[in-house]
Design a protein around this ligand. Sequence first.
Ligand SMILES: CC(=O)[C@@H](O)[C@H](O)COP(=O)(O)O
Ligand SMILES: NCC(=O)COP(=O)(O)O
Length: 263
Amino acid sequence: MTGYLRLGVNIDHVATIRNARGGLHPDPLRAAHQAAAAGADGITAHLREDRRHISDHDIERLTQEIDLPLNLEMAATPEMLEIALRHCPHAACIVPEKREEVTTEGGLDAVGNMAILRPFVAKLRDAGIRVSLFIDPDVDQIEAAKQLGAPVVELHTGAYCEAVIENADGASAKSELHRIRQAAAVASDLGLECHAGHGLTFDSVAPVAAISEIAELNIGHFLIGEAIFTGLESAICRMRQLMNEARAAGQDQTSTSAEAIGQ
Ligand SMILES: CC(=O)[C@@H](O)[C@H](O)COP(=O)(O)O
Ligand SMILES: NCC(=O)COP(=O)(O)O
């Protein structure tokens, strides 16, 4: 798969700042409107069991007020299934959740949870919701997603992004990038749409964006952080530019991000 690479903007951490004082400002909906104005292709929001950031009311408003497709991230629980079926977002991405985690750690264990996930995926699909599974770039997990009937997988890029930040010798970033490339190729061979996300920044996005089998990147925390300094629309436009340049240049797949962007 080649062609246009979609950008989903995750607005979770606008809500993190809002919730720090328990008020209404900053409003995640305003961020969603700005993301749309900046050219985002979708909005991603993670309704966590503990509601640490995005709230039920945020999800209700996003489905009612935002024209962009909403990708609802959710754990595989009866509560979240009921909420998803009530709101019928464009898409639902099933993610693992641990209450004590700071952020999403590993990917969903589709292999180890087939019995729970199979009816869960079926009910979402029957409601017309595009289902994706947030998984590590692991062939077994991709094959399990296929068996479960999920049309989309989102590859967890966290290990790669951490390796880029550590940047000891670039070797670990290269090996993690290779895992993502291989996983994207397997997903494509199995007829699954392949997305990627978690931890992506201006420094790490290019080699992932260059992987032609990837159709969508979901990026949030870094963009919201950058927005504090340059504004959200500016941050999104810069990310969009980096994605377009990498995709157009067919980024050399052997390079890490530092080499790729001449650092
Ligand atoms: C699944 C993923 O990597 C993110 O989309 C997720 O939302 C991270 O959780 P927090 O947004 O709570 O950090
Ligand atoms: N699924 C990844 C996502 O939506 C955003 O992750 P992050 O950029 O906030 O780490």
